[in-house]
Design a protein around this ligand. Structure first.
Ligand code: ADP
Ligand code: MG
Length: 278
C-alpha cells in the first residue's frame, strides 16, 4: 500500500457517462447482499442517503481502483454517516476488516477546514478548490495517524489515502465496530482510563508533536477496555498558531467527561503546563 503525498493531479480516466453504468459501479463496490443484522444503521433509506452523499463519480472511480489494486476487496456497509464523512466497513483480500472513511465534497465544510490547515507548517500550498481542500484534509488525517502510530500511540493504523478516501485499521470485534466512549455507561477502571487518555494527549504533543483538536468521548473508541483515539483530521502541528487553544479545549473536554464520575482528577492547569513544559 502506498501513499503519494504530492499526488494532486487527476489522472486520465473514463468515468461512467450514463446512469446505468453508474448504478452498476455502485453495486460492484457495495455488495448487494448486505446482512442487516450484522451492521447497525443500515436500513435501505440510510444506505441510499449515505451513498448519495459521498459517492460522486470520481469517488466511485477511485474506490474501483483501490479494488483493482488489491487494497480492498469489497465494501460491506456503513458504520457511520456524519456531517463531513461517512465511514464504511470493508474487507481486504485476506478477509480482514478495514475502515474506509470517505469525506463529502462540500464547500461549506471546506471553509472551516481552512482554519486548521492555514498556519500548519506542514501545508505550505493551500488549494482554493473545494475538492482539493477536502483531499488535503483526508491526507492530513492520514499523516496525523501515521505520526501518532510512529510514536506508538493508540490510534487506527492508516493504510491508504487517495483524494477523499482514507483506509485505516478497523477497530471492533468482527463486523461489530467498537463503541464510542460516550456510549459506555460505566467504563471500568476509570483511574486507569483517565491516565491512559491523559498520557495520550501528552505523548501526542511531546512525541508526535501534534494536538488532536477535537478530542472528547465522541472521538475515543472503547475497545478491550482500552481507549483508541480516532478522527484526528483536525489535528494540528504544535507549531500551529492555535495549537495551544486547541490543546486547552481537548483537555477541558476530557476533564468535563471524567468530572461526571466520582474519581479524583489532577489539577488541569498543572497537567497543561506539564505538557507544554513552560
Ligand atoms: N477505524 C475505525 N474502526 C471502527 N470504527 C470506526 C473507525 N473510524 C471511525 N469509526 C466509526 O465511525 C464514526 C465516525 O468516524 P469519525 O472519524 O469520528 O468521523 P466523523 O465524526 O467526522 O463523522 C466513529 O464514531 C466510529 O463509530
Ligand atoms: Mg468523530
Amino acid at each position: 500500500m502506498e501513499f503519494d503525498e504530492e499526488d494532486s493531479k487527476y489522472e486520465d480516466r473514463e468515468l461512467s457517462e450514463n446512469s446505468d453504468d453508474f448504478d452498476k459501479d455502485i453495486d460492484n463496490i457495495i455488495k448487494k447482499n448486505i446482512d442487516n443484522k450484522r451492521i447497525r444503521h443500515i436500513d435501505k433509506t440510510k444506505r441510499k442517503a449515505a451513498i448519495e452523499a459521498v459517492f460522486d463519480e470520481r469517488t466511485i472511480w477511485e474506490l474501483g481502483k483501490t479494488i483493482q489494486k488489491g487494497i480492498i476487496d469489497y465494501l460491506e456497509g456503513i458504520i457511520s454517516s456524519g456531517k463531513e464523512a461517512n465511514v464504511y466497513l470493508g474487507y481486504d483480500l485476506e478477509g480482514n476488516e478495514v475502515a474506509i472513511k470517505i469525506y463529502k465534497i462540500d464547500s461549506n465544510t471546506s471553509k472551516w477546514m481552512r482554519t486548521y490547515i492555514v498556519g500548519d507548517p506542514r501545508f505550505k500550498k493551500i488549494p482554493h478548490n473545494t475538492s482539493k481542500i477536502i483531499y488535503l484534509w483526508a491526507t492530513k488525517e492520514y499523516k496525523n495517524l501515521k505520526r501518532a502510530c510512529n510514536s506508538d500511540l493508540k490510534v487506527p493504523k492508516p493504510l491508504f489515502v487517495k483524494n477523499n478516501i482514507l483506509i485505516m485499521e478497523y477497530i471492533g470485534f468482527g463486523p461489530i465496530p467498537a463503541p464510542k466512549l460516550k456510549d459506555i455507561k460505566e467504563p471500568k477502571n476509570l483511574d486507569i482510563l483517565l491516565n491512559e487518555i491523559l498520557t495520550f494527549i501528552k505523548d501526542l504533543y511531546q512525541k508526535a508533536h501534534l494536538v488532536h483538536g477535537d478530542l472528547s468521548e465522541f472521538n475515543i473508541l472503547y475497545h478491550n477496555q482500552k481507549p483508541i483515539v480516532i478522527d484526528i483530521s483536525q489535528g494540528v502541528s504544535i507549531h500551529h498558531p492555535k495549537a495551544e487553544i486547541f490543546l486547552v479545549r481537548d483537555i477541558k473536554n476530557i476533564f468535563n467527561y471524567f468530572g461526571k464520575f466520582d474519581i479524583d482528577l489532577p489539577d488541569p492547569e498543572t497537567y497543561y503546563y506539564s505538557i507544554i513544559k513552560r
